[in-house]
Design a protein around this ligand. Structure first.
Ligand code: FES
Length: 152
C-alpha cells in the first residue's frame, strides 16, 4: 500500500512516500543512502542491520517502514561523527575490534544502547546484550574488551 510517513532518522525529519511494506533497512540504505546498517540474513537473525528505534535496538531488515511512523530512528551514522565519535566507536578503533567489519555497525549500535541504559555492565550483561549478533571472524574478544573500555 502506498503511504506517506513521517519519522526521524539521526534527528533529521524524513518524509517517506511509497510502499509502506518496504523494510526500514531498504529505506535507510536505498532512499536515504545510509550504509551503516548492513544487509546480512534479511530475517532478523544476524544483527548486521541493527538500528535504534526510540533508543531500543531493532533489526531493520524485518521491520516494515510503517512501524516507525512518528518514531526516532538512529543508525551508526547518528551515534557520532568523525570529529566527535561515540565512546564505543573510539574504543572499537583503539582496540582494533574488527576483522572483516561487516557485523561491527550493528554491534556498536547495540552496545551504545546498552551503555545508555547501563553505564557499567558486567561481561555477562554485555554478552547477553549482543546475543542477537553473529560474527564469523575472530574478533569477539576484542569487541568485548572495547565495550568494557568504553564503559570505563
Ligand atoms: Fe537483519 Fe540479519 S540482516 S538481522
Amino acid at each position: 500500500r502506498e503511504s506517506a510517513l513521517m519519522f526521524h532518522v539521526n534527528q533529521q525529519p524524513v518524509h517517506f512516500e511509497g510502499d509502506d511494506k518496504a523494510t526500514l533497512l531498504s529505506v535507510l540504505r536505498g532512499e536515504l543512502g545510509l550504509s551503516g546498517p548492513k544487509f546480512g540474513c534479511g530475517q532478523g537473525e544476524c544483527g548486521a542491520c541493527m538500528v535504534l528505534v526510540d533508543g531500543r535496538p531493532q533489526t531493520a531488515c524485518n521491520l516494515p517502514v510503517w512501524s516507525v511512523q512518528g518514531r526516532q530512528v538512529t543508525t551508526l551514522e547518528g551515534l557520532g561523527t568523525p570529529d566527535a565519535p561515540h565512546p564505543i566507536q573510539t574504543a572499537f578503533i583503539e582496540c582494533r575490534a574488527a576483522q572483516c567489519g561487516y557485523c561491527v555497525s550493528g554491534i556498536v549500535t547495540s552496545a551504545a544502547a546498552l551503555l545508555a541504559d547501563n553505564p557499567s555492565p558486567t561481561r555477562e550483561v554485555i554478552v547477553l546484550a549482543l546475543e542477537k549478533h553473529l560474527c564469523r571472524c575472530g574478533a569477539h574478544t576484542r569487541m568485548l574488551r572495547a565495550i568494557e573500555q568504553a564503559a570505563g
